[in-house]
Write a protein that binds this ligand. Structure first.
Ligand SMILES: Cc1cc2nc3c(=O)[nH]c(=O)nc-3n(C[C@H](O)[C@H](O)[C@H](O)COP(=O)(O)OP(=O)(O)OC[C@H]3O[C@@H](n4cnc5c(N)ncnc54)[C@H](O)[C@@H]3O)c2cc1C
Length: 360
C-alpha cells in the first residue's frame, strides 16, 4: 500500500497541527486527564455547527465521536467496552451505528420485532433494521432488540453487534433525496450469535436509553444550525452581488425581509440548542429542552434553506449552486432521530404534565 500523503492530506495535517498549538490542546489534554471530565457538550455542538455550514458530511466525524451512539457505550458500557471502542471511535478508526428502526416500526419503537434469545453464554439474534446510518461502513452496531417473547418496552434492550459476525449482513445502499455520501442501508440478522458480554443496555433500561438519545438530538439540531448558517451566508453574499433593475437585490426590501427572517429564525434555534447543550454540562440534556430545540431547528432549517433558494432566484434551483443541496440536506433532520411530530408529542406531555398514550 502507498502511504505517501497527498498535498491535500499534508495541508490537513498542517492545519490541525497549527490549530492544536493555537488552541493549546496540550493544556486541554492535561486538564481532561486530571479532572477525568468529558469536555463540555457545547464544544462539540459548536464544532458540528461550523463544519455543517459546509456540509453535514464534513461534520459527521465530530457528530459520531461526540454525540453519536458511542455515547451509549460511554454511559452504559462496561470499562472493557469503553476501552475497546471509545479511543478507536475518537481516532476515526471505528464507528458505531444506532439500530432502532425496522421496516414496519419507526416512531412506534416499543413494537419492534427484532428478537434476542438466550443460548448459553450468548444471545441468538434475528430480525431486520432499516435506514441505518453508517450501515455497512460502521465497525459496530448498537442494536435495539426484544429479549424473549414479552411485549412492550420493558423487554427491550441494546446489544452490541460487530461487523463480520456470522449471519449479519447488509442490504443495498439507501438512495436519499439529500445527504449524499452518507452510508445507509438495511441490516439483516439471521441467527447471529452475540456473546452475552456484548449486552450494553439490559432490558428494562429502555427509558434511560431514550434519555441518552437526547445527546444525539442536540447533535442533530446542531447540524440544522450549520446547514441553515451555510444557506444564510450564501444568500447574503449573493444578494450583495446580484443586480436587478439596475440595483443590487439586497437593496430591495422584500429580499431584506427574507434574509432578516432567516437570520432571526436561525438565532432563535441557536439559543434553544445552546440552552439544551449547556444545560447538559457533563451529563445529559433535559428531554424537554433537547426535544424542543431539535423540533424547532428541524423546521427552521427547511424554512431557511427554502428562503435561501428564493433569494438565488433561478440559480437557487440549479445544482450549480449550493443552496438546492442545502435544502435537500435540510429535509432529513425532521425524520432522522425521531420525527417532529413524535418530539412535539413528548413536549406536549411535559407541558401538560401528563403522558398522552398514543395507543388509546
Ligand atoms: C436520514 C435518515 C437517517 C436515519 N438514521 C437512522 C439510524 O441511524 N438508525 C435508526 O434506527 N433509524 C434511522 N432513521 C430512521 C428514522 O429514525 C425513522 O424514519 C423515524 O423514526 C420515523 O419512523 P418511520 O419512518 O417508520 O415513520 P412512521 O413511524 O411510520 O411515521 C410516519 C408518519 O406518521 C407520523 N406518526 C407516527 N405515529 C404518530 C403519532 N402517534 N402521532 C402523530 N404522528 C405520528 C410520523 O411523525 C410520520 O410523519 C433515519 C432516517 C433518515 C431519514
Amino acid at each position: 500500500m502507498d502511504f505517501t500523503l497527498s498535498e491535500e492530506q499534508k495541508m490537513l495535517v498542517e492545519t490541525l497541527r497549527t490549530m492544536g498549538e493555537r488552541e493549546n490542546f496540550k493544556e486541554l489534554a492535561k486538564r481532561i486527564d486530571e479532572t477525568c471530565e468529558f469536555p463540555s457538550a457545547i464544544n462539540a455542538i459548536l464544532a458540528i455547527e461550523e463544519l455543517a455550514k459546509f456540509s453535514p458530511m464534513i461534520a459527521a466525524p465530530v457528530f459520531e465521536s461526540n454525540v453519536g451512539p458511542v455515547r451509549v457505550i460511554d454511559l452504559f458500557g462496561s470499562e472493557e467496552h469503553k476501552k475497546r471502542l471509545i479511543p478507536g471511535v475518537c481516532a476515526g478508526e471505528m464507528s458505531v451505528s444506532v439500530c432502532m428502526t425496522e421496516p414496519e416500526v419507526g416512531s412506534d419503537l416499543t413494537s419492534l420485532g427484532t428478537r434476542a434469545v438466550e443460548d448459553g453464554d450468548s444471545y441468538i439474534l434475528n430480525g431486520r433494521k432499516s435506514f441505518i446510518t453508517g450501515g455497512g461502513h460502521a465497525s459496530h452496531y448498537m442494536v435495539y432488540t426484544r429479549f424473549g417473547e414479552s411485549k412492550g418496552y420493558k423487554a427491550i434492550g441494546g446489544l452490541l453487534v460487530e461487523k463480520g459476525m456470522p449471519g449479519f449482513s447488509f442490504g443495498k445502499q439507501e438512495r436519499y433525496m439529500g445527504l449524499h455520501g452518507m452510508p445507509s442501508c438495511d441490516l439483516f440478522f439471521d441467527d447471529v450469535r452475540v456473546p452475552k458480554k456484548n449486552l450494553i443496555v439490559p432490558p428494562g433500561d429502555f427509558g434511560k436509553l431514550m434519555w441518552t438519545f437526547d445527546i444525539e438530538r442536540c447533535g442533530n439540531a446542531a447540524m440544522c444550525l450549520g446547514v441553515a448558517g451555510g444557506a444564510l451566508d450564501a444568500a447574503k453574499a449573493y444578494a450583495m452581488e446580484r443586480n436587478a433593475f439596475g440595483k443590487l437585490i439586497c437593496e430591495f426590501q422584500a429580499v431584506q425581509f427574507l434574509v432578516v427572517d432567516m437570520a432571526t429564525k436561525l438565532d432563535a434555534a441557536r439559543l434553544l440548542v445552546y440552552r439544551a447543550a449547556s444545560g447538559a454540562g457533563q451529563g445529559l440534556p433535559s428531554i424537554y429542552e433537547a426535544s424542543m430545540a431539535k423540533a424547532y431547528a428541524n423546521e427552521m432549517v427547511v424554512e431557511v434553506t427554502d428562503k435561501a433558494m428564493q433569494v438565488f432566484g433561478g440559480y437557487g434551483y440549479s445544482s450549480e449552486f449550493p443552496v438546492e443541496r442545502m435544502y435537500r440536506d435540510a429535509k432529513a433532520w425532521g425524520v432522522a432521530g425521531g420525527t417532529l411530530q413524535m418530539l412535539k408529542i413528548g413536549v406536549a406531555g411535559m407541558i401538560f404534565g401528563r403522558r398522552f398514550d398514543q395507543r388509546r
